[in-house]
Write a protein that binds this ligand. Structure first.
Ligand code: NDP
Length: 680
């Protein structure tokens, strides 16, 4: 294979960098693969370009439009993923490892595209939480909103997942409206560069929304401002150094880190040999050690087991590790390939030596591995290594030393408190797991060690078949962890998007808040409605437009009829004697659902019109019971609206049921799908 000269994509052009680059070699046999340098790049120019072009272009789009971009990028990558697989093996990845990296990365984009459409409004900003009452008469209120930051997302990735690492960061940033400058780790950058080329060549993202650095970041950090966001994955040492950069400190630049994490897996005291959970535990730990040759930020490093089961666990794990097919990652039968580079192998060996200060090797030969037909001096192959702490209570190395390879250490515990204490000693992890059949044990571990983890997998026989496993970060769930793990929250559905936007607390009158948020706030003067709002096409509905129904009496006969018709003969509606002395009800009262039904009867405009369907009801509260003989009336107000597709949009209605005495009996938000003008 001829040497690839890697290029950066800066200010709309692919640039190879000046002069000779650093040589990047295959993990399999150290043969040259690529050359890399970012020398000569104008990093200040890249930041300016992102701010001037990419940022404004993204901010003009709504969340739904940005989500569509992500989907199109994911589709473009899917169409050309064979090109990525072809380059992936040279990083040491087996086909299964590459699937996690490539298909896993693309899948993450698809999830963000879909969640963005379903969970965010078709708007450019987000409302955060409820209106806060700040005054006696309701003329002065508070409301939080999220607006896009006007900066750049600088994303520095680790070498272990060149594609997934770039895409899992790209998704939330683009949704948040931030243009991205991605910088992969050099060691495996040829794969990230190919993915970047596919993204650029797809032409999906607006100009300036995505730039790519092959090589070092030069003086880029000098040009960061308070509006920028740096997301880093890699070592604790680099993260600490970057976080302490004077510009980051002075400008309070948002900085999130995913870094060393000494993830643990606990075998529950109930999961003794012979139980399905014991077998699941062995399988999970062995899988985590072998997948990606243990170069996973979430891999299990600390194996915490009851002292009585230590031998059984060691034997079962050793047996599994002995049968692990190590070899050329391009071979179909290979289950574990080499580490990403010889430098990484040297580092892992050094960390194993450090662990050996307090631990013995139970399985594996860190210094030697013979593989037929492979030069294991030139290829970064390493035997899996299982260690055991000589004194699990006193040992510190397993809790402070990350050997980023197929390496894990066995620690034993006396009782569950002891196990929890060991789990906490990692000082903050991305992921932990517990394998048990006992929900009470799970509860104790969650509340005992939860504060030290970003994610906890609770594995038992019931969920095992469908479990995504200890080591797989899911786009829906938080990926990040406290303390040593960096304190970040990179994924986690829309949480990751919120982190990259600016939350602003607004204070003002109801009318101003309604006008700004396009969501009706109580107290806003009511705009005139030319007709019943159910007859007004989607485009013409204005938040605040209302329909005020006539009154209706609720009779005892209505309550009796409703009770027998529906079968809801609860005593509070039916039995005057039984309800005597009730803390809430003065006597028999109307069913809450009767009120809702009568409310619909009062506000519905029956003729066919723009309203296509009622599809839900949010935030229902029954506030005051209604007694037989009382009257009710309803206010139906357009709260907000959000286009959904080319045919219809969603309308959220604020509904209030009031009694004749002027009390609020119930409030809720009704959701309808409304047709656009043409269609209605
Ligand atoms: P590094 O911290 O060395 O590198 C991570 C990223 O930071 C790379 O893209 C690297 O670029 C970049 N970088 C390094 N120095 C600077 C700098 N001064 N300014 C800007 N960017 C910089 O980690 P590695 O990827 O080499 O992995 C080393 C160790 O990190 C592993 O052995 C493991 O212990 C840990 N690690 C932890 C992970 C986690 O999520 N927990 C994931 C991966 C690794 P370049 O490659 O060009 O130097």
């Amino acid at each position: 294979m001829s040497l690839i000269r890697l290029q950066s994509f800066a200010e709309g052009h692919w640039l190879a960098g000046d002069g000779a680059g650093s040589l990047l070699v295959s993990a399999i046999d150290a043969s040259p693969v690529a050359e890399i340098t970012s020398r000569g790049l104008d990093f200040a120019g890249m930041m300016r370009f992102a701010r001037a072009k990419g940022g404004p272009a993204l901010r003009r789009l709504t969340f739904h439009e940005r989500a569509s971009l992500l989907k199109a990028v994911a589709q473009a990558l899917t169409a050309r993923k064979d090109e990525l697989y072809a380059l992936s093996a040279l990083t040491g990845a087996t086909r299964a490892d590459s699937w996690i990296d490539i298909d896993g990365g693309i899948g993450t984009l698809f999830v963000y595209a879909s969640k963005g459409k379903r969970e965010l409004p078709n708007e450019t900003f987000l409302i955060d939480g409820a209106v806060e009452g700040l005054s006696k008469n309701g003329t002065f209120l508070g409301q939080h909103i999220y607006v896009p930051r006007e900066g750049v997302a600088v994303q520095i990735n680790a070498y272990n997942f060149p594609v997934w690492g770039m895409l899992e960061k790209l998704g939330p940033s683009i949704l948040a409206g931030l243009p991205v400058i991605a910088k992969p780790a050099s060691a495996t950058a040829w794969l990230a560069e190919k993915a970047a080329r596919i993204i650029i060549e797809s032409g999906v993202l607006p100009e300036g929304a995505f730039q790519f650095i092959a090589g070092s970041t030069g003086d880029l950090f000098e040009h960061l401002t308070s509006q920028d966001h740096v997301a880093f994955t890699g070592s604790l040492a680099t993260s600490t150094a970057l976080q302490a950069h004077p510009v980051i400190l002075k400008n309070a630049v948002h900085f999130t880190a995913e870094r060393d994490s000494l993830n643990c897996s606990i075998l529950g005291p109930d999961a003794v040999p012979g139980t399905p959970e014991f077998d699941l535990f062995i399988k999970e730990v062995a899988k985590e050690m072998g997948t990606k040759a243990g170069q996973k930020c979430t891999a299990i490093r600390r194996i915490i087991v009851p002292a009585a089961e230590a031998d059984a666990v060691a034997n079962a794990l050793s047996k599994r590790l002995a049968s692990l097919a190590i070899g050329d990652p391009r071979a179909e039968t290979t289950r574990m390939g080499p580490l990403a580079s010889l430098a990484q192998r040297a580092d892992v060996r050094a960390q194993i030596a450090r662990l050996q200060e307090e631990c013995d090797i139970l399985f594996g030969t860190p210094d030697r591995l013979d593989l037929p037909g492979l030069d294991t001096e030139k290829g970064a192959f390493l035997s899996p290594v299982l260690l055991a702490a000589r004194d699990s209570r006193a040992a510190e190395r397993p809790h402070d030393t990350e050997a980023f390879g197929p390496v894990a250490t066995l620690l034993t515990y006396r009782d569950l408190d002891d196990a929890i204490g060991l789990a906490r000693k990692g000082d903050g992890s991305l992921a932990g797991s517990l394998v048990t059949a006992d929900a009470q044990i799970a509860r104790e571990v969650v509340f005992g060690a939860g504060a030290f983890h970003g994610r906890l997998l609770l594995l038992d026989a019931e969920c095992a078949a469908e479990s995504t496993g200890h080591g797989s970060p899911m786009p829906h769930l938080v990926h990040g962890g406290p303390g040593r793990a960096g304190g970040g929250e990179e994924l986690g559905g829309m949480r990751a998007v919120h982190h990259q936007m600016q939350r602003v607390a607004l204070q003002g009158s109801p009318a101003f808040l309604t006008a700004i948020t396009k969501s009706y706030v109580k107290g806003t003067p009511e705009p005139a409605a030319p007709a019943h709002p159910f007859r007004i096409p989607f485009e013409d509905l204005v938040p605040g437009q209302s329909f005020h129904s006539p009154e209706r009496v609720i009779s005892l006969g209505d309550i009796e009829h409703f009770a027998h018709f529906t079968g809801d003969t609860f005593y509070a509606h039916m039995d005057e004697e039984a309800v005597k002395g009730h803390p809430f009800f003065p006597g028999r009262v109307a069913h809450g659902y009767l009120l809702l039904s009568f409310a619909a009867g009062l506000f519905v405009e029956p003729e066919r019109g723009p309203v296509l369907a009622n599809y839900g009801l949010d935030n229902l509260r029954f506030l005051k019971p209604v007694s037989p003989g009382e009257t009710i009336r309803v206010r139906l107000t357009v709260k907000s609206k959000s286009p959904r597709n080319t045919d219809y949009g969603e309308v959220r209605w604020d509904v209030e049921i009031r009694t004749g005495a002027g009390d609020t009996a119930a409030t809720y938000e009704l959701l309808t799908m409304n047709a656009y003008r043409e269609a209605s």
